[in-house]
Write a protein that binds this ligand. Structure first.
Ligand code: EPS
Length: 383
């Protein structure tokens, strides 16, 4: 399964084409829209999220509520486009450019993208660099998640810490629903209250905030990914996907950074075996991955997000046209998008996992795939 996305933040539409899905997968917009909504939520988002109410349209690949096996085209319209028609007009003659942006924002793609593609109007960079693109990828992730549900796999994304405050309530699946009620997708109500206070404060001061997000999956079979070649290692593939989320600058599988400072005897998870259950662990410091493969335990992936690069109290920069010292451009922005990013991390990880299932089990129809996964699970239980 492969996919491409296209679309600008203030263009008419965002699209994704997904190729390689099996036929027969039940799929309606209701499988996708709740994830799009979760991606838009979270305390600290800006006014843009009030304008948008993301909803997916199927332009190809689904008939009568099921995938046909043909490429699936997903489209999400930008409601804000009506305010940007002239600015985003593809026709020649849009000069001088309306709302041209020349004061590159430190931390954003503006400067490097402008140099690389030869744009002095940095809007030509930022419209595509915008995290709005993740709407389409979350839609693809929701499709992946639907596919994974037929293999008994479940995923969740939440905030481990943000605005300098860590959640002290460890994750458990029983508490999962509480996340939906938390405006910062945190399980710890005390931490949540403090985060909200700090987001308000940062907003009032024209500043922005980052955080650490976590995604987990349970029900995965052992043996997804491979040890035999570098580009088939699942941890590497998950890390690449995580680092492709705007503002993500660090990735961790399991307790990687804590583990690095301990002895091997304190880190590696001893192996046990039980009749009817097969191999299992009592600890999961490895985060469900060993040798580039799932080991049958829960997959745990964490990512670090830097604070958003558009500050309402701008940082010093240089105008790319005049080369004069200036304040960075003031483009409408969020104070923080960490809760949304936790949904994105889960959805994008689901894409990598769905790809790994399709590679291992093949099959053109959902039925074939499910049969093969079930047979493998039985074999592994007895192995
Ligand atoms: C973004 C800036 C803001 C965010 C946007 C990402 O958009 P705007 O410039 O229109 O106010 O709201 O995120 C989204 C639109 C989204 O859907 O996530 C940026 O510069 O990256």
């Amino acid at each position: 399964m492969r996919f491409l996305t296209a679309g600008e933040s203030h263009g008419p539409v965002l699209v994704a084409i997904v190729e390689g899905l099996p036929s027969g997968l039940p799929l309606t917009p209701e499988d996708i829209n709740p994830w799009l909504k979760k991606r838009q939520e979270g305390y600290g988002r800006g006014r843009r999220m009030v304008i948008e109410a993301d909803e997916v349209e199927f332009l190809s690949g689904v008939r009568a509520g099921r995938t046909t096996g043909a490429p699936l085209t997903l489209a999400i319209r930008n409601r804000d486009y009506r305010n940007w028609v002239e600015i985003m007009d593809p026709a020649p003659g849009n000069e001088p450019r309306k709302r041209a942006l020349t004061a590159a924002r430190p931390g954003h793609a503006d400067l490097a993208g402008g140099i690389k593609y030869g744009h002095k109007d940095l809007r030509d960079v930022l419209e595509r660099a915008s995290a709005r693109e993740t709407a389409t990828r979350v839609a693809v992730g929701a499709v992946a998640l639907k596919l994974l549900s037929f293999f008994g796999v479940e995923g969740v994304g939440y905030v481990a810490g943000m605005a300098g405050v860590w959640s002290r309530v460890p994750f458990s699946w029983e508490l999962k629903d509480r996340l939906e009620a938390s405006p910062v997708r945190m399980l710890d109500p005390e931490a949540e209250a403090e985060v909200i206070r700090r987001v308000d404060q940062a907003k009032a001061e024209g500043d922005t905030l980052g955080g650490v997000i976590e995604a987990r999956f349970r029900g995965l079979v052992a043996g997804l990914g491979s040890h035999v070649h570098w580009d088939r290692k699942l941890d590497g593939r998950l890390a690449q996907m995580a680092l492709s989320i705007p503002a993500v600058k660090g990735v961790e599988i399991g307790e990687a950074f804590q583990n690095a400072m301990k002895r091997g005897s304190e880190v590696h998870d001893p192996i046990y075996w039980e009749e009817g259950r097969g191999f299992y662990r009592r600890t999961n410091r490895a985060g469900g991955l060993e040798g580039g493969m799932t080991n049958g335990e829960e997959l745990v992936i964490r990512a670090a997000l830097k604070p958003i690069a558009t500050l309402m109290k701008p940082l010093p920069t240089v105008d790319v046209v005049t080369h004069e010292a200036k304040d960075a451009a003031l483009e409408r922005s969020d104070t923080t998008a960490v809760p949304a990013a936790s949904v994105i991390l889960m959805a994008l990880s689901a894409i990598v996992l769905a790809q790994a299932y399709l590679e291992k089990f093949g099959g053109d129809t959902l039925e074939e795939l499910v049969e093969r996964v079930e047979r493998y699970k039985e074999r592994v239980r007895a192995w």
